[in-house]
Design a protein around this ligand. Structure first.
Ligand SMILES: [Zn+2]
Length: 101
């Protein structure tokens, strides 16, 4: 059950979200996007990694999407990923790539 919830933290608050199914993952990505717009940056504990999420000038190392809407990095993964590659489902990432190309 450890991997079925994730912790989202931002300045002044935070929450625990269930991410055990695709709906949970989709909600997580949308929630992170909303938090970024309101708070400018946050931390997400997801699958035993602590991700720093903030707007970055650059492009996702995995899918090439611009990271102005949120780039995600960990201490192990210094090449930032977009929020879809980091937290979304495979189909969300594919949809994002189609929209970008
Ligand atoms: Zn990406």
């Amino acid at each position: 059950m450890l991997n079925s919830v994730t912790h989202v933290r931002f300045a002044g608050g935070g929450m625990v979200l269930p991410v055990g199914d695709p709906y949970g993952r989709q909600f997580l990505v949308e929630h992170i996007g909303g938090c970024l717009r309101k708070n400018g940056g946050l931390e997400v504990e997801f699958r035993d990694e602590r991700w720093r999420v903030r707007p970055i000038d650059g492009y996702c190392a995995r899918c090439g999407a611009p990271l102005r809407a949120g780039g995600c990095s960990t201490h192990r993964n210094r090449e930032p990923w977009c929020i879809y590659c980091a937290f979304g489902t495979v189909s969300q990432g594919a949809r994002q790539r189609r929209l970008q190309s």
